[in-house]
Design a protein around this ligand. Structure first.
Ligand code: NI
Length: 404
């Protein structure tokens, strides 16, 4: 379907080459919404802990696309079983799955009243360059791609490739985030997974000889969550950002004209409950950093202080939730307003949820052809699932509170 005259390639440290043969894919990569992803860091605040973790959502999105492209071409059951149309839309769903991300995703989601997944669907299905490109090929493309991302497409195999507990998204981000942060926990053998994927009983399954690789992948996920994604220092940075935007919003409520004039880059964010595709396009890491620079000069001491802390890594300290009351009192005694200088936060992780549902679970096909859910077959996975949730609850506060 719509092959390019000549294959385009991107060099990539994880994928080797990202290969593009399809004209629609190429045109979507060239759209302004996709190019914007170069200006959004994949890991938001993680570079505060792992200084080399500065790769973009652009590179991750290309990586997810490439894993799906390889799956539909190299896994025989998928290559033979899927139509050209289905191959095209699942590659596009992989490419576009993160297109609605705001800068510093997690902190922004506390301000925006709409999740990044919903912005992704809006950009694909409503007025945008991406939407114009898709519509110029076929009127069904955008709705079909959106339904794969939402997990409602009629052929659930496509949904499994893009979003399940063994999907191309997770495979790419574990490998990529591990590489760019310099941590080794996220590594696993992607080539082996691709070699052992099959389709049976209407779903994607893994041959039992590939199960140990899947165990590695689940362990990679478990370690990456605690070592990278939920690292308390990057959570501390997220807390600071949330507090900074909370203060900005409170100042806006007091004097909206003045704040909008001072920080035009945050006008849309302050004036609206949700953003349009065009407004989201204009929001990126660079405009936020420029805003924080300007805020350091603000007459409001709290806003200026929070912005200075964000820019110069004067992060909040953290400790276990047991000391919550004591720390809260100390914050108040030191003259800090706890609304902006005290926070508690909980992170919960499930490395793997057995039987979450037919699409999301990982299935193993045994030598005799019987299909079983992964935790029935793997001792490592069943023991990691016994403690079904791993929690970490902390409080965050300015370091001055305990150092003076
Ligand atoms: Ni992703």
């Amino acid at each position: 379907m719509y092959n390019l005259d000549e294959e385009k390639v991107f060099r990539d440290p994880i994928a080797g080459y990202v290969r593009v043969n399809n004209e629609i894919v190429w045109r979507c990569i060239e759209s302004r919404e996709f190019q914007r992803l170069k200006r959004i860091k994949q890991l938001g605040s993680t570079f505060m802990v792992y200084h080399t973790g500065e790769h973009s959502r652009f590179s991750h999105s290309l990586g997810v696309y490439e894993i799906i492209r390889r799956m539909v071409n190299e896994v025989k059951d998928l290559n033979n079983g899927l139509s050209d149309y289905d191959k095209t839309i699942v590659m596009l769903a992989g490419l576009l799955h993160d297109i609605g991300h705001a800068p510093f995703s997690h902190s922004f989601e506390s301000i925006l009243n709409k999740k990044h997944e919903d912005y992704t669907i809006s950009i694909i299905t409503e007025k945008s360059e991406v939407n114009d490109i898709l519509n110029s090929y076929s009127s069904s493309l955008s709705a079909d791609i959106a339904s794969i991302i939402k997990g409602t497409y009629h052929n659930s195999i496509l949904c499994q490739l893009v979003s399940s507990q063994l999907d191309a998204d997770r495979m790419d981000y574990l490998l990529r985030d591990s590489y760019f942060t310099g941590t080794k926990y996220g590594e696993f053998d992607l080539e082996r997974i691709l070699r052992t994927l099959r389709v049976a009983d209407g779903k994607v399954v893994i041959k039992s000889s590939g199960m140990h690789t899947i165990e590695d992948y689940i362990m990679a996920r478990y370690h990456m969550y605690w070592q990278v994604y939920y690292h308390p220092v990057s959570r501390s940075y997220d807390v600071l950002l949330e507090k900074l935007f909370l203060r900005l919003k409170d100042l806006y409520i007091e004097n909206s004209d003045k704040i909008v004039q001072q920080y035009p880059m945050f006008k849309d964010l302050l004036e609206n409950e949700t953003l349009t595709n065009d407004q989201m396009y204009h929001l990126d890491d660079s405009c936020c950093h420029y805003g924080f620079q300007l805020m350091c000069q603000n007459d409001d001491k709290i806003l200026a202080d929070l912005a200075y802390r964000v820019l110069n890594r004067r992060l909040f300290k953290y400790c276990s939730i047991d000391k919550k009351d004591q720390i809260y009192n100390m914050v108040v005694e030191h003259g800090f307003n706890p609304k902006y200088y005290f926070s508690q936060d909980i992170q919960i992780q499930n490395p793997y949820k057995p039987y979450s549902n037919e699409i999301s679970s990982i299935w193993v096909v045994k030598d005799g052809g019987e299909i079983v859910e992964l935790s029935n077959e793997s001792r490592i996975v069943s023991s990691i699932c016994q403690n079904n949730q791993y929690k970490d609850e902390k409080v965050f506060f300015p370091k001055e509170v305990i150092n003076d």
